[in-house]
Design a protein around this ligand. Sequence first.
Ligand code: GAF
Length: 384
Amino acid sequence: MDLLNQIKASFQNAFHTAPLLVCSPGRVNLIGEHTDYNEGFVLPAAIDKAIFLAVSPRQDNELHFIAHDLDKTYQGSLSTLTPTHTWADYLLGTVAQFQLAGHQLSGFNCVFGGTIPMGAGLSSSAALENGVGFALNEMFGLGVDRLSMLKMSQRAENDFVGAKVGIMDMFASMMGKANHVIKLDCRSLEYTYAPFEMEGINIVLCDSRVKHSLVTSEYNTRRAECEVGVQALKPYYPEIKSLRDVTMTMLDKHLRDKQPLIYRRCAYVVQENQRLLDGVIKLEAGDIAGFGQLMYGSHEGLSHWYEVSCPELDTLVDIARGQAGVLGARMMGGGFGGCTINLVQEDTLTEFQNEITEQYKLRTGKDTYIHVCKIQNGTQLVSQ
Ligand code: GAF
């Protein structure tokens, strides 16, 4: 039985009624890392790895959740929404946001499970939050638009789960469009879709299968360091609101000698924004090899200037760089583990997979998982 049918069966078994089904995807990001919370640009897409949710409304105020993959349950009430510091917080936090926005809800049942590998940096948490919000909207006929829903997902994660993430992951999961990447301006939230149907090119994710414990604390530290940079420049350039408004000339003049660490962090962000803008032009021109070179540049910056990579991710990129048929590779997402994203020519795919698997084991003693992914639509109902 496939996963969706297992989830449906588990739902029927627990709640004896037919569910509404929602599919909410994970995401990749081609380039533009750690730029979202600096009001810069990102280039993500929703992928064919997703969380499936089966839901139905209840007559009372109770919340009955089953995490199919974890074999865990949660029971609570709409009137006592407090963090549990477990997986349930992604659902509870989203429910809390809908309540804060003044929507009338009743209790509901939910069984969910998915194909997004956990801890791989493919945004399973954003997918879950979006999936729950989308399900609430459908179940209770609330008429909330996608942009408002994904903003609620971000606030759920920021305020209830306690992770101060930017908007990219929720945006990509909710707004994804098959065979397109999203060029998102994280300041205005204006976005355009760019076709990504490169004949004979695959998006391949190599999972380092490590998640170093530094991830949350270092993420918050990087955010703070960017803010220190902005504040240090403000006396000279009062119009600056975020690193989006900063140039290398400003950084070179005022930060390079006085605050070398802050300079490196800010310089990475300023350059990554530029790489993204250059990359979009290359994609439009069909210059995928040129785009791939920018991906390597992004990885260098993330590893040496922003310092959010780790030996395992550096090793994966290093192995990929030496392979014929690999156009670009870099770490993806917050860092300190998770996946690298690679653009690999179709005819060298098997060779690439074999080589990465063998070399990664040899050099780190660890196994990798390799996922070839397709770009899909964002959060949606599943027709039954
Ligand atoms: C994580 C965050 F959730 C995103 O908002 C983004 O900052 C990303 O790290 C880095 O680009 O996925």
